[in-house]
Ligand binder design. Sequence first.
Ligand code: PRP
Length: 178
Amino acid sequence: MRITGKTLLFSEEAIRRRVQELAAEIDAVYGDEGLVVVGVLKGACLFMADLVRALHIPRVELDFVRLSSYGNGLRSSGEIVFSKDVETALEGRHVLVVEDIVDSGRSMAFLLASLASRKARSVRLAVLVDKRERREVAVTADFTGFVTDGGFLVGYGLDFAEQYRQLPAIYALHCEET
Ligand code: PRP
């Protein structure tokens, strides 16, 4: 596949404004109750960094997970596993998962179920981009930045072959089969 260009989808300014709005929604839900924000590496790193800095609630802890698709070397089984789990005991805690994009929904379905089984007081999801075109498993976010249908999205944490994550805006890549 060859990349032939990219189209701006969500500008830096649009993202900045939407992140501020999401932070206000999150502030209103949690008030002064403590919150563990769990970022999903690597894609959520930029969104998480901006979102937590826009929060005004006083007691916020940060932790991270990294997920991968388990496979037998030839073909992925599609089973999701942790390649890094949180280091925080979640029992009795409010947990907010922060994710850059929900696509098939498989990663989030796995993660939300796993976190809920740890007797967290609540588990909610903040997702920057809810991409619905290829959804396989129903996942509903509590806080959604943008909804979109298609396209291969890069920037603001989202990558193509580990490139483009550092871009401050989100773009749809133009690809050509080679
Ligand atoms: C991407 C993205 C989500 C997941 C969404 O992560 O950041 O975590 O895929 O896809 P799904 O809804 O189909 O499960 P990826 O595995 O590419 O890792 P990355 O965050 O390191 O880019």
